[in-house]
Ligand binder design. Structure first.
Ligand code: ATR
Length: 277
């Protein structure tokens, strides 16, 4: 690859909102690598031909965002155990024309918490996870991997939570609770994570009273627009540690950059400001 111009991309539909080009092009410049990362809008019916084109045109790899995360998994030549366990591929490396899929969202979640709260101990107590969508699987994986002893999984549609819980790496550690019970026993938890879309710009805020929440609990939200959701604002006001979704977004990009360009990039203040703008 030395001396070559390296191409990578994110595919999605829509994709114009993606912050990934900003992140990767910032790092390419910072580390003096000749290359470019672009956003490619790919409607579902164009997915197969686009994947063939990226391989033919010697792209080093690509990220996948909605709605292709599951479909790409089935079109990869190889998918690692991590992506299989999470049930979605968000990162593909093209090796000799073969598409090799993995998932960096769990790394992103754990990485963000560890960078922003280095003293936080995942093993200290229960975690309450709200939601049962694609991101929830990655968050569960990260929590299990980090040693969270037990996880309460709570989603408006209970059946979805049951299926996400059963499919995770250690179902014995996951207890599904009813959406109506999300405010119960908050004084005993070590961490609260919102993985629903509630609180996102254009969506209603998360309807949840956190008045009884343990003062030492860390409150994380995967929503990054706005940077600080209503939930995080309320948690911060009462003295809880908080972790916003922008950290997960930035950290999930690091293994991708390393896989494609050979350097594990650092998240500096300029990049944080750029992505937060
Ligand atoms: P995916 O990541 O698979 O695309 P998603 O639709 O983004 O899934 O997930 C949205 C999450 O936010 C789900 O957990 C959803 O709950 P349901 O499974 O019951 O749909 C949750 N969610 C969205 N709007 C909600 C609302 N008004 N009240 C409660 N939960 C909500």
């Amino acid at each position: 690859m030395n001396g070559d111009f390296i191409k990578a991309a994110v595919i999605g539909h829509p994709v114009s909102h993606s912050k990934s080009p900003l992140i990767h092009n910032y790092w390419l410049k910072k580390y003096g690598i000749k290359g470019h990362y672009e956003a490619i809008d790919v409607p579902p019916e164009k997915l197969t031909e686009t994947l063939l084109r990226l391989a033919r045109e010697n792209y080093t790899g690509f990220n996948i965002t909605l709605p292709h995360k599951e479909a790409v998994m089935h079109r990869c030549d190889g998918v690692d155990a991590l992506a299989k366990s999470i049930g979605a591929v968000n990162l593909v490396t093209i090796e000799n024309g073969r598409l090799m899929g993995t998932n960096s969202d769990a790394f992103g979640f754990a990485g963000a918490v560890r960078q922003e709260h280095p003293d936080f101990d995942f093993t200290r107590g229960s975690v309450l996870v709200l939601g049962a969508g694609g991101a929830t699987r990655a968050v569960l994986h990260a929590l299990i991997d980090a040693g969270a002893p037990d996880i309460r999984l709570c989603n408006r549609t209970k059946d979805k939570a049951l299926s996400v819980g059963e499919g995770c790496a250690d179902p014995a550690r996951v207890k599904v609770i009813a959406w109506e019970d999300r405010e119960r026993d908050l004084e005993t938890i070590n961490m609260l994570v919102n993985t629903t879309s509630l609180g996102m710009a254009g969506q209603p805020p998360l309807p949840m009273d956190i008045g009884a929440l343990n003062k030492n609990a860390l409150v994380a939200d995967i929503v990054y627009k706005p940077l600080k959701t209503d939930l995080l604002n309320r948690a911060e006001k009462r003295g809880n540690k908080i972790c916003g979704g922008i950290g997960m977004l930035l950290h999930q990009a690091r293994p991708a950059f390393q896989a494609w360009f050979g350097i594990m990039p650092e998240i500096d203040e300029t990049l944080k400001e750029l992505v937060s703008a």
